[in-house]
Write a protein that binds this ligand. Structure first.
Ligand SMILES: [Zn+2]
Length: 408
């Protein structure tokens, strides 16, 4: 296969998770017993530009373009993160009522609501109709299309240009990342800024976060790879923040190379140094990853089988996409984890894709008093632990599988 970015031949596997259904293809009572489409889930690394990327499936576009049911953002820590970001960036860029903020993949307006509250004009771009509707209900203007150079040109023709373009956890979702970044360059004002947040590949490797890999994520980025991508699109990374979200993310600050006037922050060199210390520019670290994640699978299965033998009840919390990657890679079914609890009304009474484990509401925890609760979205484990304080009344223990099996 050819690299999504530089076109070089890509042969080195980074992580092979066998195959699974798309991680957001939750089943209903009606579809539960129907055949599911299992698709290989394998990532490669390009030896030329070091972009980690999924295997390309021409047949998959149809599979992943369906309008999945809308799930509102329920994590309060994530909303707080977004509110803080908006406060910081509107001050840093001195945004006013004459500026324009564009968010790509604006979802239900979870972030732009904070921009709007500051009376700064904003525009959301969100191809999923049901989700865009939720944003419009908050009074946010939304374009329901995929973003790329074509849409950027269209918006330019309408006289729109952006002081700030925001993309949170969107770069990974873009199949044609070169076209996407060309669109960013086209839509930005000469002195405009784009910020992109994404889980840092360095953390994925260090903390074995293989469960953040799923079909809908086409690429996994280091600063090293992002630099190559930006340069190719005539852009320049002038600052970077290291964040704790999603197990360790980067927030890149990007300007147009030709017209941007902001000096390059020493933060950029600092992250570059940490990546070269970790040898992200050496293929060995990518080659060695698979063996490290097999250990997670074996430890989790050993634990679950042991509890089953002892007659203990084990359930899981959080029907997140990363939970599906973990459960399907490890081959866990409802004999080992009885059900998954989630707070999102859109997920309750559905089934996890692949494992077909039932998703139920939280009152089932009080009713059934499980011995162990496996927290699937480990990135918000602290928040979930607080929510689940009451399970200590019957001495239940919490469990996480990544980066290594931990029971407390
Ligand atoms: Zn490449």
């Amino acid at each position: 296969m050819k690299c999504r970015h530089c076109g070089a031949k890509v042969t080195q596997t980074f992580c092979d998770l066998a195959s699974s259904p798309p991680s957001n293809a939750y089943l209903t009572t009606d579809t539960r017993d129907a055949a599911e489409q299992w698709v290989p889930l394998r990532t490669f690394v390009c030896g030329e530009c070091f972009l980690v990327q999924t295997q390309d499936f021409h047949a998959s576009s149809e599979l992943f373009s369906s309008d999945y049911p809308y799930f509102s953002a329920t994590s309060s820590s994530w909303l707080r993160h977004c509110e803080d970001y908006v406060a910081m960036i509107s001050e840093r860029l001195a945004l006013t009522s004459t500026s324009l903020v564009v968010e790509i993949a604006s979802n239900d307006g979870y972030l732009l609501q904070f921009v709007r509250a500051r009376h700064i004009p904003c525009l959301g771009i969100e191809p999923t109709l049901s989700t865009a509707e939720a944003a419009r209900a908050k009074g946010i203007e939304v374009v329901t299309e995929f973003f790329g150079l074509a849409l950027a040109n269209e918006l330019r023709e309408q006289g729109k240009s952006a002081d700030l373009i925001i993309g949170n956890n969107v770069l990974a979702h873009v199949p044609d990342i070169n076209d996407f970044l060309s669109g960013v360059g086209r839509l930005l004002k000469d002195d405009g800024v784009a910020t992109f947040e994404f889980p840092h590949l360095l953390k994925l490797i260090e903390f074995k976060q293989f469960d953040t890999i799923y079909h809908e994520h086409y690429s996994y980025l280091s600063l090293l790879a992002a630099n190559n991508l930006a340069k190719h699109a005539g852009l320049e990374i002038f600052d970077v923040d290291q964040l704790t979200t999603h197990g360790g993310s980067l927030r890149l600050y990007i300007q147009k190379k030709a017209t941007g006037k902001r000096p390059i922050s020493p933060n950029v060199a600092a992250v570059q140094t940490s990546e070269s210390n970790a040898q992200l520019n050496d293929m060995k670290i990518y080659r060695d990853f698979q063996d490290r994640i097999y250990k997670i699978k074996y430890d989790l299965l050993t634990f679950l089988i042991e509890q089953r033998r002892q007659g203990k009840k084990v359930i899981a919390y959080g029907a997140a996409a990363k939970g599906n990657t973990l459960l399907n890679f490890a081959g866990v079914r409802e004999d080992l984890i009885s059900f998954v609890v989630d707070r999102s009304p859109g997920k309750i009474n559905r089934y996890m894709p692949g494992s077909k484990i039932a998703i139920v509401s939280e009152d089932r925890i009080r009713a059934e008093k499980p011995d162990y609760i496996v927290i699937l979205p480990w990135n918000i484990a602290d928040e979930i632990e607080k929510q689940l304080k009451y399970v200590r009344q019957w001495n239940a223990k919490l469990v996480r599988a990544v980066p290594e099996l931990c029971i407390w």
